[in-house]
Structures are given as structure tokens and as C-alpha cells.
Write a protein that binds this ligand. Structure first.
Ligand SMILES: [Zn+2]
Length: 105
């Protein structure tokens, strides 16, 4: 029985593809879904796309733990524009698409 769970929402298509590739390298069965895939990739700016990653339910815990490991490797950053916390792997704020600032407190 195929029961999938969505475990990542948002981010950009490039990031989603990166995660998908990484998770697949751990043997996870990752499916990419989202608005961006319906309209045709390339018609929308990469940072404007709403992307979801889905895995089979039995693999959800492992997918989350692998992503947590990725988080450790890349420090999170705070958007200077809207103060949202972003994953370190994002170059643009997922909420307002502002560019990542290099300023440190
Ligand atoms: Zn922002």
C-alpha cells in the first residue's frame, strides 16, 4: 500500500531537487510535487515556486532525520527584511524572496 507523506513544503525548485537527490542517495523514495511542476518548469522564477517533497510514510522519519543532518551542515539565517528564519541552504528568503544577507550580529 502506498501512503505518502509530505515532509517539506516551500523553498525553491532547485533546492527541492537537491534534497531529492540527497535523500534518494540514502535509498529513500522521494517524489516532487507542487504548483511549479504543473505549469512547466522554467516559466516561473525559481524562487517563486511552491514545491513539496513527499516520501512513503514508513520513510518519513528517516527523511526528516536526514534533512536534520543537512541542517546541521548549513547554519540557518534570519531574513533582514521579514525576519523569517531560513534554512542555510537557501539563498533567498522562502517567505519574501529577499536575498540572503551576509551581515552577522
Ligand atoms: Zn524574508
Amino acid at each position: 500500500m502506498e501512503q505518502r507523506k509530505c515532509f517539506v513544503v516551500g523553498g525553491n525548485l532547485l533546492q527541492a531537487h537537491t534534497w531529492k537527490g540527497l535523500l534518494e542517495s540514502f535509498g529513500l523514495d522521494v517524489e516532487l510535487r507542487g504548483e511549479a511542476l504543473l505549469g512547466g518548469v522554467g516559466e516561473l522564477p525559481a524562487d517563486m515556486q511552491n514545491v513539496e517533497l513527499w516520501v512513503p510514510e514508513p520513510q518519513l522519519a528517516e527523511a526528516n532525520s536526514q534533512l536534520a543532518l543537512l541542517d546541521v551542515q548549513s547554519a540557518k539565517w534570519k531574513c533582514v527584511q521579514c525576519h523569517e528564519i531560513n534554512e542555510g541552504s537557501f539563498d533567498l528568503c522562502w517567505q519574501c524572496s529577499a536575498e540572503r544577507s551576509e551581515t552577522h550580529n
